[in-house]
Ligand binder design. Structure first.
Ligand code: DX5
Ligand code: ZN
Length: 218
């Protein structure tokens, strides 16, 4: 079973309530919240206030993806705002171990995110400390990009690495995911699939989530 995590980045913020409610009605149990600082990635997105507003109204798992330099600084504001999972990039800090512990001390699941161009071996020192790995299947910064196909062979290697790690971290994949490729992810052991444009750029987010779930199982 794969869980769909719609990414708020692709939502129409004028209709945020409607869009989020529809995605949940379609079966989404996780909402992916992309945080960008204009430094680690060349884009800006949203702050903890958006998460805080949603947290008090909808009962889902909030999955905060920090695409920021200095992730250490961002853990407390997003934990305070209601994050359940927080991931940060291995490329963004020399202190991944410390950041992981900070996230877990705040009662959140800790995830390590990794870019398409970064060797999986760079996760060796941190894999025993994390609850999940966020494998990027596009270069972070923007929604609506194409899935990078080498992600599939990386997934197979990563899956073996995770099985051997202390907490057996689950794998989440992020970027360019739709009905055309989600099954390839499920059969390779992915447990959470982030979907931005394939949910929120569709006329009916509920139907879009349902069709992703069907395609994954199909
Ligand atoms: C990319 C973000 C993704 C993005 C996914 O920087 O981390 O979560 O919103 O969007 P789609 O599904 O449109 O590729
Ligand atoms: Zn993301």
């Amino acid at each position: 079973m794969i869980r769909i995590a719609p990414s708020l980045l692709a939502a129409d913020f004028w209709n945020l309530n409607q869009q989020v409610s529809s995605a949940i009605e379609g079966g989404a149990e996780v909402l992916h919240v992309d945080i960008m600082d204009g430094n680690f990635v060349p884009n800006l997105s949203m702050g903890p206030g958006v998460l805080r507003s949603l947290k008090s109204r909808v009962n889902v798992t909030f999955d905060v993806h920090l695409m920021v330099d200095d992730p250490d600084f961002f853990v407390d504001p997003f934990a305070d705002a209601g994050a359940d999972w927080i991931s940060f990039h291995i490329e963004a800090t020399a202190h991944a171990h410390r950041v992981c512990h900070k996230i877990r001390d705040r009662g959140c699941k800790a995830g390590i995110a990794i870019n398409p161009g970064t060797a999986l071996t760079s996760l060796n020192g941190i894999l025993d400390e994390v609850d999940f790995v966020l494998l990027m299947s596009v270069n972070p910064g923007f929604g609506g990009q194409s899935f990078i196909s080498s992600t599939l062979s990386r997934l197979e290697v990563l899956h073996d690495m995770c099985q051997k790690a202390d907490r057996k971290p689950f794998i989440e994949v992020d970027g360019g995911i739709g009905a055309q490729n989600i099954r390839e992810l499920r059969v390779r052991g992915v447990q959470v699939a982030v979907a931005g444009s394939s949910v929120f750029s569709q006329p009916d987010p509920a139907a879009a989530v349902q069709s992703l779930i069907r395609a994954a199982e199909g």
